[in-house]
Design a binder for this molecule. Structure first.
Ligand SMILES: C[S@@+](CC[C@H](N)C(=O)[O-])C[C@H]1O[C@@H](n2cnc3c(N)ncnc32)[C@H](O)[C@@H]1O
Length: 267
């Protein structure tokens, strides 16, 4: 399955009510959105018809997230007051804008993608879905930090190991999409500061000159699930229902975590 087809599937199964995209280019991924969206790219050149209400931001993602109230376009809150029953979102939470689905596909260097994740997670929650593109380079040349190929993933594949090591509380699923794979992240915790606190250590360890030593497991895609399997999983409707009623992490995350991990184990 091609990457945009998978992304289209994610829009469907997550039933997302908003969308954030980092890295727009000509708009081929953004055109899949039908919900209020924010899309960020310092050099977008949209050449396709868009069918969503979008704030198209001409800036780097770092500059965008440094703005005051960057998600103002999506304002409206996600937890309707009528759902403020026991175990659901308390009154003070309903105004916070939470991202339902985010796609990180901007600068293809791992430290940029890591900062993008840190920033996106601050505006996400346990029931949000965050997707990275280009997680399965097909060779060392494609994964170089210094671009010298037409198709280029850069070294963003390092995010797989960084999240596994530093954020075992998250559940990540590598997906075998064409051409260069994706990573879907579940269980975002906007209160976590681990990645921000350890950012300098992580960069110091993972920033190495080309050629990159891409792990065999990445090149062989041994840990990646088939996209059809993830899109066909049974937990999606539970996830979107839980999100829509504002179910708290303490009630909703553990069953979701188990369901996603089961899928991973049955790869
Ligand atoms: C691979 S393209 C995006 C493709 C698009 N998401 C799609 O699937 O059709 C990467 C884009 O990221 C943009 N970009 C580069 N650096 C960026 C940054 N710091 N913040 C946001 N976008 C960036 C580039 O201008 C480029 O258009």
């Amino acid at each position: 399955m091609k990457r945009h087809e998978f992304l289209r599937g994610l829009h469907r199964v997550t039933a997302n009510r908003n969308y954030l995209e980092i890295g727009v280019n000509d708009g081929r991924s953004l055109r899949l959105s039908r919900v209020p969206s924010i899309a960020i790219d310092p050099a977008f050149k949209v050449a396709t018809e868009l069918k969503c209400d979008v704030h198209l931001v001409k800036a780097t993602s770092d500059d965008f997230f440094a703005r005051e109230n960057p998600l103002a376009h999506l304002k409206g809150g996600r937890h309707p007051l009528r759902n403020l029953r026991r175990g659901r979102a308390p009154l003070g939470h309903w105004r916070r804008t939470v991202l339902d689905l985010s796609f990180i596909d901007g600068m293809h260097l791992f430290e940029y993608a890591l900062r993008d994740f840190i920033n996106v997670e601050k505006h996400s929650d346990w029931s949000s879905v965050i997707v990275f593109d280009d997680m399965l380079p097909r060779g060392v040349d494609e994964a170089a930090r210094d671009r010298h190929t037409n198709a280029w993933t850069g070294d963003v594949y390092k995010i797989v190991e960084i999240l596994a090591r530093y954020r075992p509380d998250l559940v990540t699923v590598l997906v075998d999409t064409h051409p260069t794979g994706q990573l879907v992240v579940f269980g975002a915790d906007p209160a976590s500061t681990v990645l921000k606190d350890r950012y300098d250590d992580i960069v110091a360890e993972f920033l190495v000159p080309d050629p990159q030593k891409v792990p065999e497991s990445i090149l062989d895609r041994v840990e990646a699930v088939q996209p059809e399997r993830l899109l066909g999983a049974s937990f999606w409707s539970r996830l979107s229902r839980a999100r829509n009623i504002g179910l708290r992490r303490s009630r909703g995350w553990e069953p979701l975590r188990r369901a996603v991990q089961q899928l991973d184990a049955g790869r």
